[in-house]
Design a binder for this molecule. Structure first.
Ligand code: LLP
Length: 455
């Protein structure tokens, strides 16, 4: 386990070495995701220091790469999973179900089938449910293991309305029903271990009051539930810690958030649990992409790159800001590291190759004048970057490399055109060995995937 060091609260895009990054693109091709595992460790270390005594579960959905999960398990961080697929990854990285939580949101039958199956081998796995009937569906499958209830606290926060969950009907059981639901679950033989809520993602310092109010409600609820059900192991207040995407934005004061959390929750006879995702991986990753088209448009310089909304969806989906740096221009300065290029700067619109007008990384942003063949780096791409990548326009997903000290390793190869059509090819040739759903790698998976969704 890494001892907490004085790691900086944020790594800016300018802190990456332009020459080293450009060399990676030469070696591995474009576009390319780069993730620094040492920075992942540092970020986890700062969370652990600020929230000492709390249990930390990393939200796998932010970046599910096996290397990330293994690195975090080595750091003593648990794993919070949003699907059976993520549970499968978490168990592979962890080897045990302890500190692996599955947060079931409207869980498809095949997810419940798979997770309950896995629970037989990993009885210390925890399932968090967000609806009463999910409890019935678990009971039907013979599950009576560790159960946590996700409540809807009625307060939402986060960087965009699409990531605010705390007051959204989709998530959790209204908090006022929690005592009844958990009393009933305990009577039915479930091992009731915790309560959970998550207000949203990318919560900033100016939303600290909402956070305080939310945590204070969770503290009250924990005391009520403990009295009714007889003690809880943990109170999970979710993730959501924001990171600065803009160059002039200050990082979150994590110590202040931790202090506010402890104060607001009050006296509880249970472990405080948190589920950071973005905070742990965002600034550990960059996306590299090559300029292929430079065009004087009517009122801007349109710069086409080979990454697009299929590679990094956040700008198209949330109008999210990501810093962009021209590594080729910066490499021509003496230090190649945050140095300023002598190229003139001018407003540019950086766009991808997808046939959608929303396929834009920035509009009229002042950058060193781009030239064809330049390498651009897009910062803060470690969280919800590759995870949200897709094959729209039949575009293969990029490769990912990880950095570990001075070592560089290909962590996930680039997809090929054959990968894009593989599922069709295999559907018409089932003898290729992956089963008729073309996606199964064990008999159990195969059965689960072929099952009709009747439960
Ligand atoms: N716990 C639960 C139950 C969650 O649903 C989430 C995120 C987290 C923890 C972690 O939140 P974080 O610490 O990463 O903010 N794709 C969006 C973010 C969606 C987050 C969904 N849930 C984005 O790119 O901004």
């Amino acid at each position: 386990m890494t001892t907490p060091t004085e790691s900086p609260a944020v790594r800016r895009l300018d802190d990456w070495d332009a020459v080293d990054l450009s060399a990676l693109l030469d070696d591995y091709g474009s576009p390319l995701y780069v993730l620094d595992l040492e920075r992942v460790r540092e970020n986890a270390g700062r969370v652990r220091t600020a929230f000492s005594g709390a249990e930390i579960l990393y939200a796998v959905k932010a970046n599910a790469l096996g290397d990330v999960l293994e690195t975090l398990r080595d750091e003593g961080v648990g794993l919070e999973c949003a699907s059976a697929g993520e549970v499968k990854r978490a168990l592979a990285a962890s080897g045990s179900g302890a500190d692996v939580h599955y947060t079931a949101v409207n869980p498809p039958a095949r997810d419940l089938d798979w997770v309950v199956d896995a629970w037989e081998d990993h009885p210390d796995l925890t399932i968090t449910v967000g609806a009463e009937d999910t409890i019935d569906r678990l009971e039907e499958r013979g599950y009576d293991g560790r159960l946590c209830l996700r409540v809807n606290p009625g307060i939402g926060a986060g960087h965009h309305e699409k990531v605010q969950t705390g007051a959204n009907a989709k998530f959790g059981v209204p908090a006022e029903r929690a005592v009844d639901v958990l009393t009933d679950a305990a009577e039915r033989g479930f091992d009731v271990v915790g309560i959970h809520a998550h207000v949203g993602s990318g919560v900033s310092s100016d939303q600290l009051d909402d956070h305080r109010e939310f945590v204070s409600r969770m503290g009250d609820l924990a005391r009520e539930v403990s009295t009714a059900v007889g003690g809880l192991e943990f109170v999970d207040v979710g993730g959501g810690f924001g990171v600065p995407y803009r160059e002039d934005e200050e990082p979150l004061d994590l110590e202040a958030v931790a202090d506010a959390t402890r104060e607001a929750i009050g006296e509880i006879d249970a472990t405080l649990t948190i589920e950071p995702g973005r905070y742990v991986v965002a600034d550990a990753g960059v996306l590299l992409t090559e300029v292929n088209t430079v065009k004087e448009a009517r009122d801007t310089l349109a710069v086409g790159v080979d990454a697009g909304m299929t590679t990094l969806l956040r700008p198209a989906m949330y109008d999210a800001y990501h810093p962009i740096r021209n590594l080729t221009a910066d490499s021509s300065t003496t230090d190649g590291n945050g140095g300023h290029t002598s190229r003139e700067t001018r407003p540019q619109t950086v766009t991808g190759p997808i046939c959608e007008s929303g396929d834009v990384f920035c509009t009229d942003r002042r950058l060193p004048a781009s030239e064809r063949g330049d390498v651009l780096a897009i910062g803060n791409a470690g969280a919800y970057g590759y995870e949200m990548a897709n094959q729209y326009n039949s575009r293969p997903r990029p490769a990912s490399v990880v950095l570990e000290g001075d070592a560089v390793r290909l962590a996930r190869r680039r997809e090929t055109f054959d990968d894009v059509t593989r599922l069709e090819t295999e559907a018409s040739a089932p003898e290729t060995g992956t089963g008729s759903d073309g996606n199964a790698d064990t008999d159990a998976d195969r059965e689960a995937h072929n099952d009709h969704d009747t439960r």
